[in-house]
Design a protein around this ligand. Structure first.
Ligand code: F6R
Length: 624
């Protein structure tokens, strides 16, 4: 997740900006840069791939950039590899404008074409660069000529997607113009100095007075004040929220939570929304799914006769869900395999096999080796990954990025949910290429995905209830999880979360398997968490699972049931009921997983464990 800062005031801007970037390092980044206005009509820019230390070393060599205004950026690559050339700030050809950006400009392709047709040479692979060129053109001629703020506003009106943008101009050293649409931007209000930043950690050392901007708002800051407008320059009806920061720095990084994982659970609606951005492009036929780095042609997508999904841990559980969606939508057979097992059993792979490799880190050794094995066998590989520039996407033939920003908690939460969404994009891309779904059906499924962020937010509202149940159960020795169909991988994921965070014995079962052995585990008071399917979509499954619950309740289990809102048939069998919104079957895991994450985190916290760093575990497992 990129980190952005802008400063105008009386201090040394370079010091302020670099300090701010250091404090935002926790957001994760792969390159960093600064632009400092000298006050005499020039902007000095330095940017470097890699750690902030690389940028600082470069700055030490070039000499200190003096000035009382500037911007800084840490980049988490989305469009274009993490290189010096793609690092921010980006400038226009005159070198007068500089921009830093967080997010994705969805319509960058036609804008880039428009600029290239006008003879402008773009120097990076980023979507960001188009913004600075467009603003420079609006400033050079036309109705906003010579008007810095007006030029920025005129371009904001043309941009689609999710973005925070911060512009500076060498001839206006006392002014910074920034804007947000969907991604974060806060203003820091100082005495004789003003800040804009991705989050308050950037300026918490200098001021505790802040203003949160609303959606689609722009802000102009000078050392003495700020003005918030909409993208058309109107102030009337534009509401921003002033607040006083009462967190210390450590709490501020975690959004006020005790742990990053808790923040990451809350970030899931945004993680899904960001992952979907740009993947559905409207065209004459109504629209189509596009991948990020589409190095597989439609012809190739049509010719695959088999799909393998390989992954580890939570990513494997997300992979299990891919099978339901891809087989249902495309009728192509899908096998899901633990990456650590895959290459040792000589799987049947050839040119007509698509291997989908899912990895948050993109560096997991087992998954990487599975990818290499698949490629040796001439299979084509599509990676689903959260880390741009990591090894797995580099070696894959095509990529979909889960754009969740860095996941700092060791236990996967937001990346897991985003992987499910990405799997469904793969399924839809295959269905579209193979003609197993009509364009309007693909569009409908994509709209379902787009409705998920709001529904996940609703599930998050049930957190207090889930936490109360968790606290009651914190001292039990075992918890079982049951699910059927897409509820089964959810049960596995719920059990994994509890094992790794709370060090409890937990098992996930396909509910139908219970009678074949595990039911012997049931005893008085044993908590069993049941993920109920919808009573509508899969009525048979629903009634089968009701029978399973009856069986375990009769043997004394305490049942904690996650069920669709309005599912009254389940009430008599639920000692505790957690309701989630009704959605089509395939989408339920995006909702039913959330209470299980909260449950595991709360038990771990009650037992006094560090949920961000469970014992014996690493975030990225680079050994086989
Ligand atoms: C569990 C968890 C792990 C990872 C697994 C794969 O919460 O985070 O099971 O899912 O180690 O990691 P990636 O996705 O980075 O390949």
């Amino acid at each position: 997740m990129c980190g952005i800062v802008g400063y105008v005031g009386y201090r040394d801007a370079l010091d302020v900006v670099v300090d701010a970037l250091r404090r935002m390092e926790y957001r994760g980044y792969d390159s960093a840069g600064v632009a400092i206005l000298d006050g005499n009509g020039s902007i000095a820019v330095e940017r470097k791939a890699g750690r902030l230390a690389n940028l600082e070393a470069e700055l030490a060599e070039t000499g200190h950039f003096a000035g009382a205004a500037g911007t800084g950026h840490t980049r988490w690559a989305t469009h274009g590899a993490p290189t010096d050339r793609n690092a921010h700030p980006h400038r226009d050809p005159s070198g007068k404008f500089a921009v830093v950006h967080n997010g994705i400009i969805e319509n960058f392709a036609p804008l880039r074409r428009e600029l290239e047709d006008a003879g402008i040479e773009l120097l990076s692979d980023t979507d960001t660069e188009v913004a600075v060129h467009l603003v420079a053109r609006a400033y050079a001629e036309g109705p906003t000529a010579g008007d810095f703020t007006g030029s920025v506003l005129s371009v904001l009106q043309r941009l689609e997607g999710a973005f925070t943008l911060v512009f500076t101009h060498a001839d206006h050293p006392g002014t910074i113009v920034a804007a947000r649409q969907s991604t974060p931007l806060v203003v820091g209000v100082g005495d004789g100095e003003m800040f804009v930043a991705s989050d308050v950690t950037a300026f918490i050392e200098y001021t505790r007075e802040a203003v949160e901007l609303g959606q689609n708002q722009a802000v102009v800051i000078t050392a003495d004040g700020y003005t918030v407008t909409d993208f058309f320059g109107n102030t009337a009806g534009v509401v921003s929220r002033p607040f006083t920061i009462d967190w210390d720095l450590a709490a501020a990084e975690k959004g006020g939570h005790d742990y990053f994982m808790l923040k990451e659970i809350e970030e899931q609606p945004t993680a899904i929304a960001d992952t979907l951005i740009g993947h559905f492009v409207v065209d004459e036929q109504g629209g189509r799914i596009v991948l990020d780095e589409q190095r597989l042609t439609d012809q190739e997508l049509r010719e695959f006769d088999k799909v393998f999904v390989v992954a580890c841990g939570s990513s494997y559980h997300a992979g299990l869900l891919a099978k339901y969606a891809i087989e249902h939508w495309t009728r192509v057979p899908v096998e899901v395999e633990l990456a650590s097992e895959f290459r040792y059993r000589d799987p049947v792979l050839d040119r007509s096999t698509l291997v989908v490799a899912i990895s948050q880190s993109g560096e997991t050794a087992d998954t990487l080796e599975a990818v290499r094995h698949a490629k040796e066998q001439k299979a084509r590989v599509l990676a689903i990954c959260n880390t741009n520039g990591a090894q797995i996407p580099r070696e894959a033939d095509a990529v979909i990025y889960t754009r969740t920003g860095p996941e700092i908690g060791v236990a996967s939460t937001k990346a897991f949910l985003a992987q499910i969404a990405a799997n469904y994009l793969v399924g839809l891309a295959l269905a579209q290429a193979r003609g197993t779904k009509y364009p309007d059906e693909v569009a409908r499924e994509f709209a379902e995905l787009e409705s998920m962020p709001a529904l996940i937010s609703r599930v998050l509202e049930s957190a207090p209830k889930v936490r109360a149940i968790a606290r009651e159960l914190a001292h039990v020795p075992t918890v079982l999880f049951l699910g059927r169909h897409v509820g089964y991988p959810v049960a596995l994921e719920g059990a994994l979360k509890l094992k790794e965070l709370a060090y409890l014995h937990a098992e996930g079962f396909a509910a139908g398997e219970l009678k074949h052995g595990p039911i012997a585990l049931i005893e008085d008071g044993l908590p069993v968490i049941v993920v109920m399917p919808s009573p509508k979509g899969r009525a048979v499954l629903h009634s089968k699972l009701l029978s399973n619950i009856r069986e375990i309740q009769a043997r004394g289990a305490r049942t904690i049931v996650i069920a669709e809102e309005g599912d009254d048939t389940v009430r008599p069998f639920a000692d505790d009921l957690i309701e989630i919104p009704a959605v089509p079957t395939l989408y339920q895991p995006l909702l039913s997983t959330v209470p299980l994450q909260i449950f595991a985190a709360e038990i771990a916290q009650t037992l006094g464990y560090d949920v961000d760093k469970p014992r014996n575990l690493a975030k990225s497992v680079t050994v086989e």
